[in-house]
Ligand binder design. Structure first.
Ligand SMILES: Cc1cc2nc3c(=O)[nH]c(=O)nc-3n(C[C@H](O)[C@H](O)[C@H](O)COP(=O)(O)OP(=O)(O)OC[C@H]3O[C@@H](n4cnc5c(N)ncnc54)[C@H](O)[C@@H]3O)c2cc1C
Length: 416
């Protein structure tokens, strides 16, 4: 049976997030978005307030005092916070998805040591570092050559690892108190067997954040360059087996909700664009009547609503799918791509409906357009995610014993 109604717990979290977005996030973002210096815009008061409302630790397992939310619930709640502001939603969303992944990938001792710190500190955010200046998509779509892909090194020295290298564009860079960092433990091997994950505290000696990137959108969260110069990480902060973390990165994107949450947050931006456009269409008069009474604007709004609901339905399906034991791995990426593309399309529709007024900085649509564009590239470029999904489809070859196999199609392919 298909049922789109929310559970009582989901309803409660969505309502909490809606109130938080209106009361806290929107006013904070209106101030922060205009701050020119990228390293001055982050508003810690928003994080403290979210901690009080239980939102920051939403994905922490219940046994540790968190909300225990699954990927589907996180997608619903993330959309609501992003409705207020995408950058601030990303600050939470990154922490949620990394916590989901770490709850699965870490061992018992690591969970007991780290998760209470996350819960107890109202300013504890997390970051994940894969992207490097010279190897970005190469880490998501590895190619078969020894030593290819990320170059950051982790060399074992007794019971410690010494990390050297640079990551960039990292969300929550310079804000996070803990980073999940991927590094090579074999410089010459294939990437698939050379990556290992480490937990690195934000105050580790030798770790610096020399640049906070000045971005077009998502101006309310920081994206940093992380530099590691002989950073010592104890072996007990290694996550998983040595050389086994590339599949973990894949699970992070597809199974633990990274792509789905990314799509859900950019959808929040598009929903806001729709809502402000609907109001504007009722209140703005041209041609002697409110513009909503002009058929072309009615159709535009109808198509915006269609795109929003189609993207949301796919994301929710993908959220349900990734909880299934034998889930179809292509849907997380495809749902993110679809949401990212349709959200940009909806915000562009909003721009057209608002006319020149939408282009003006003091009105809301201009910021929504800058924010929406970020997810064409963040959490993996849409091109690369399409290629990953296409690779799964290539494994779906149907044999003649399959009920869907058509003899006529086989003959046609042979020119018969
Ligand atoms: C706002 C934002 C936040 C981010 N946060 C994080 C973070 O927290 N942690 C993190 O690790 N990363 C993060 N990233 C990085 C992100 O996930 C992408 O991997 C990265 O943006 C790719 O950037 P690039 O400019 O280096 O592109 P490249 O990888 O250099 O790609 C350039 C172009 O080539 C295409 N391309 C690449 N490889 C192939 C191929 N094999 N075949 C065909 N086309 C290809 C790409 O699609 C793109 O069009 C973030 C990025 C942004 C924009």
């Amino acid at each position: 049976m298909i049922d789109f109604s929310l559970s009582p717990e989901q309803k409660e979290w969505v309502a909490i997030a809606q109130r938080f977005a209106t009361e806290v996030v929107i006013p904070a973002a209106e101030r922060a978005d205009r701050i020119a210096e990228a390293d001055q815009a982050f508003d810690w008061q928003v994080i403290r307030e979210a901690s009080q409302r239980g939102l920051r630790t939403l994905s922490v397992p219940k046994e540790f005092g968190g909300g225990g939310a699954d990927v589907l619930t996180l997608a619903m709640v993330g959309e609501q916070i992003a409705y207020g502001d995408l950058g601030l939603a990303v600050a939470f969303d990154q922490s949620w998805k990394i916590m989901t992944a770490l709850s699965h990938l870490t061992n018992d001792e690591q969970r007991k040591r780290w998760i209470p710190r996350v819960v107890e500190d109202p300013e504890f955010l997390l970051g994940v570092g894969a992207t490097e200046p010279l190897h970005a998509s190469d880490n998501l779509l590895p190619y078969d050559a020894p030593g290819s892909g990320m170059q950051m090194s982790a060399v074992r020295k007794g019971d410690k690892w010494i990390l050297n290298g640079t990551k960039r564009y990292i969300s929550n860079g310079g804000l996070a108190k803990l980073y999940y960092i991927l590094a090579r433990t074999d410089q010459k091997g294939m990437l698939s067997a050379s990556l290992t994950g480490f937990l690195v505290p934000g105050d580790a000696p030798g770790f610096t954040v020399p640049e906070i990137w000045d971005k077009m959108g998502q101006r309310t969260v920081q994206n940093g360059t992380l530099v590691f110069e002989n950073v010592e990480v104890p072996d007990r902060d290694r996550v998983g087996e040595v050389g086994a973390s590339l599949p973990a990165l894949g699970r992070f994107l597809l199974g633990f909700g990274s792509n789905i949450q990314a799509g859900a947050t950019v959808l929040g931006v598009a929903q806001r664009a729709y809502d402000v456009s609907l109001q504007y269409a009722f209140e703005r008069t041209q041609g002697g009547k409110p513009i909503i009474e002009h058929q072309i604007q009615q159709v535009r709004l109808a198509r915006m609503a269609m795109k929003l609901q189609a993207a949301r339905s796919y994301l929710w399906y993908a959220g349900w799918n990734c909880r299934q034991p034998d889930f179809d791995r292509k849907h997380a990426s495809l749902a993110k791509i679809f949401a990212a593309e349709e959200s940009v399309a909806v915000v562009k529709d909003a721009m057209e409906l608002w006319g020149a007024t939408g282009y003006m900085k003091k009105n809301p649509v201009e910021k929504l357009m800058r924010d929406a564009l970020s997810f064409l590239h963040s959490d993996g470029t849409n091109d690369v995610l399409s290629l990953k999904a296409a690779a799964f489809i290539q494994q779906e070859r149907r044999e003649s014993s399959d009920a869907r196999y058509s003899r006529r199609v086989a003959d046609a392919a042979r020119g018969l």
